[in-house]
Ligand binder design. Sequence first.
Ligand code: HEM
Length: 387
Amino acid sequence: MDSTQSAEYPLDPFPQYERMRAMAPVFQDSQSGSWHVFRYEDVQRVLSEHATFSSRMGGDNPSGTGQLFAASLITTDPPRHRQLRSLVTQAFTPKAVDALAPRIAGLTNELLDGIAAGGSADLIRDLAYPLPVIVISELLGIPAEDRERFKHWSDVIVSQTRTAPAGETQDTTTSEMVEYFLALIDRRRSRPGTDLISSLLSAEIGGQRLTVPELLGFCSLLLVAGNETTTNLIGNAVLCLAESPGTLGRLLEEPGLLPQALEEVLRFRSPVQSMYRVAVAETVLSGQRVPAGAPIVAWIGSANRDGQQFPAAAEFDIDRSPNRHLAFGHGIHFCLGAPLARLEARIALEALLTRLPGLSLAPGAELERMESSIVYGLKELPVTWQR
Ligand code: HEM
């Protein structure tokens, strides 16, 4: 199998991370001024010590996409963060999410019905890409006919090239999406349903309703955070398993190992490679002084390959335990959607294993990574199986 390596977004960025961990674990990029952090211990601190490392994005006057997320969970510090998060935790507990399993399995099977007889497919296009967007749009109560538009906005916003036409700017997309959500919020206000937007509309914090920017922040965050990431977890899982001899067969015999195998995929090819923070006070990371006000990039993808934390870190090992990866973050911002992402990926992988026997990467397939340093996923995933 050939793999196309883009110099900027290589399929294998991990040797580069390894060099940074050894030689410049806390490194300031002189062009952007950002500080890059590569070791597990430091990344974990940056993600979880919220009093020192703030999640606020774009300062006091964010613009464009920054504005959209300015009032959302992921860019808010305590105490507001705790209040906002408490409004949505109920919708995403493992128990609440488990109730979605039959619907997710039904959708997965419908998508596989469309390809099973063919013997070959692009699993990103045909399964990993549509599944999460349908699930999250159903949760938010987005009408089925608007789903394609919805997915498209999410793609543009995460600056991907999958479906976004060249030249389309994030700002145009942001305003289209804001208009759409404002209209939907209005409709739900006059006729509430059982969806998440309706319950957010009636939620109160200390007798106060959410502001419109906060409602928009929730909708946009769930849209963006829940789609590309889960698509990439499913795609990366197929890639890791197909590359690792014997694992697909073993999982077919012992499906109970699948959740643990998915944790290893999350560590080995983390769908989110980096997260941002701003140092609010001067601090020291790996012996390096970082000034107050410093923008920080915490490299989750590197932390998850740190040999100080993971023995034989460069090996994909579905028996790895414990596996304290940071793929969903750490601390108060720990991914709200983790139970949903894990469930979708488990259902998708179970269905692939049983319905597409002998699944393997298409011979000669050229794998290319999405053009992003933040997310890690494949543009296409051509596979074959026995019909
Ligand atoms: C936060 C990764 C799927 C919703 C995060 C964070 C990471 C992450 C690393 C922490 C951000 C930080 O510390 O600043 C992932 C990965 C996913 C995934 C790898 C899939 C494999 C989802 C899904 C949803 C979701 C399916 C929702 C439906 C959120 C939200 C936050 C978050 C709302 C912000 C939580 C907070 O700030 O309190 N995610 N995510 N994610 N994620 Fe996910």
